[in-house]
Write a protein that binds this ligand. Structure first.
Ligand code: PNS
Length: 170
């Protein structure tokens, strides 16, 4: 087995497509760190602490033992170096992901040539899932139970219930 890899992302929120990529990576690497990107200049639907907790619960429920969850700020390649990991995992769904991922891989290669980017292909049942789609459907009261783990579904329901009650209060 290969040693250590980092799976970075916004995970806003973590969905079944992410979990599929994580399972695949955890079968190939001894240790996988899910690294939740904290972008201080951009408030997201879930705080970094909430996103970490949702990923931790999901990993525990899925019984994947060789996974840790952490957060990072700044450049992803700097985070990898700080934990002495030299493989970055990214998922690929549809062909249109490729251009974005390829560009990001080239930028990261330029920044840190010692780091390899490894792309895992998602299972076909998850091709349509993205965090953006999940957020939009959940915000409109739609059913996302086939797209996210149960703990994430519950968190989305609570978050949008909060938002609705806030907006009707105003
Ligand atoms: O889940 P996402 O939103 O597709 O993840 C994107 C992420 C967080 C991996 C990417 O935006 C990133 O690496 N951000 C950290 C800043 C950085 O290193 N930028 C240079 C890479 S182009």
């Amino acid at each position: 087995m290969l040693k250590k890899a980092v799976f970075p992302g916004s995970f806003n929120p973590f969905h079944l497509g992410h979990l599929d990529i994580l399972r695949r990576a955890a079968r190939v690497f001894e240790q996988v760190i899910v690294a939740v990107y904290e972008n201080p200049s951009k408030p997201l639907l879930f705080t970094v602490e909430e996103r970490i907790e949702l990923v931790r619960e999901t990993v525990k429920d899925a019984q994947i033992s060789n996974v840790q969850v952490a957060s990072f700020r700044g450049l992803t390649v700097d985070y990898l170096k700080s934990v002495e990991a030299y493989v970055m995992i990214r998922g690929l769904r549809v062909f249109s992901d490729f251009e974005f991922e390829f560009r990001m891989a080239l930028a990261n290669q330029r920044l840190a040539p010692e780091i390899e980017i490894v792309n895992f292909m998602t299972g076909e049942q998850y091709i349509h899932i993205s965090s953006t789609t999940v957020r939009e459907i959940a915000s409109l009261g739609g059913d996302v139970s086939s797209m996210v783990p149960p703990n994430v579904e519950a968190a989305l329901r609570r978050r949008f219930a909060d938002k609705t009650s806030l907006s009707t209060d105003m």
